[in-house]
Write a protein that binds this ligand. Structure first.
Ligand SMILES: NC(=O)c1ccc[n+]([C@@H]2O[C@H](COP(=O)([O-])OP(=O)(O)OC[C@H]3O[C@@H](n4cnc5c(N)ncnc54)[C@H](OP(=O)(O)O)[C@@H]3O)[C@@H](O)[C@H]2O)c1
Length: 223
């Protein structure tokens, strides 16, 4: 049986990943931070840990519990978009710090610990949920400064990871514009569509995929 680890599983795209992998018979290990979400995930059949992505000791403590396990796949999904409408004059250091911690530092901390359980499988996969807004090459509209910057930093981190840890397949995925709390109701994709397509890209990923920035359909995006 295959095992996947997913962060930010309480709601949105993360919850949809949990549901689809459970439905396919995978063992799902995940994190959430709200009691109601933890209870629902447990009832659904997932093994769930309470971890806040700004709590570095909490991340490392939970990761240590997974060190002796075998993982086929890890999806670092939890993310935030702070100050959506803030201009450069409005933004505060605390918002920058929170954006970088949740969107880049936390995934990097997880990655450092999860490579060991992933290396127990041939072609273990370590996927981070990035964003089209992480692309510097495609940025012609500006805005969402902290989100863009922190996701671009995540991309740089994952590129380095793919070189430093060649025994794990590491890549970043843009889920498309999805109708979740973060996305808008007008976004083109449902959670089901986005996750269904990303799962196909993840399934097909091999050594040629490592170090790449792909969207939900498998198309390469410019860094
Ligand atoms: N939706 C889109 O259109 C879109 C587009 C591009 C990229 N993405 C990326 O896709 C990923 C999932 O986004 P989404 O649309 O599902 O967003 P969402 O509905 O806002 O869900 C975000 C998830 O991250 C968790 N999270 C946020 N801050 C956390 C923290 N400090 N500690 C622990 N968990 C935390 C949330 O937990 P709670 O449920 O407890 O709040 C939730 O599970 C994110 O990385 C996002 O940047 C989304």
């Amino acid at each position: 049986m295959s095992t996947v680890f997913i962060t930010g599983a309480g709601s949105g795209i993360g919850r949809e990943f949990v549901q689809q992998y459970l439905a396919d018979g995978w063992t799902v290990v995940c994190t959430a931070r709200q009691d109601a979400h933890l209870a629902e995930l447990g009832d659904a059949g997932a093994e769930c840990f309470n971890v806040d992505m700004q709590d570095a000791p909490g991340i490392l403590k939970t990761a240590a519990l997974l060190l002796d396990r075998t993982l086929d796949l890890a999806i670092l999904n939890a993310g935030i978009m702070r100050g959506r409408d803030m201009g450069f004059a409005d933004i505060h250091v605390r918002d920058w710090q929170e954006s970088f911690f949740v969107n880049c530092i936390a995934p990097a901390l997880w990655a450092g610990q999860l490579v060991t359980p992933l290396k127990r499988r041939f072609n273990g996969k370590l996927v981070a949920l990035s964003s089209g807004r992480a692309s510097i090459g495609n940025n012609v509209t500006g805005s969402t400064i902290m989100y863009r910057a922190s996701k671009a930093a995540l991309n740089a981190t994952w590129k380095t990871l793919s070189i430093d840890e060649p025994d794990v397949i590491s890549f970043v995925l843009h889920p498309g514009r999805v109708r979740t709390a973060m996305g808008s109701p007008e976004s083109e994709l449902s959670k089901e569509e986005s996750v269904g397509q990303m799962r196909r890209v993840i399934h097909d990923a091999d050594k040629n995929t490592t170090g790449r920035f792909l969207d939900y359909s498998g198309k390469s995006l410019p860094w």
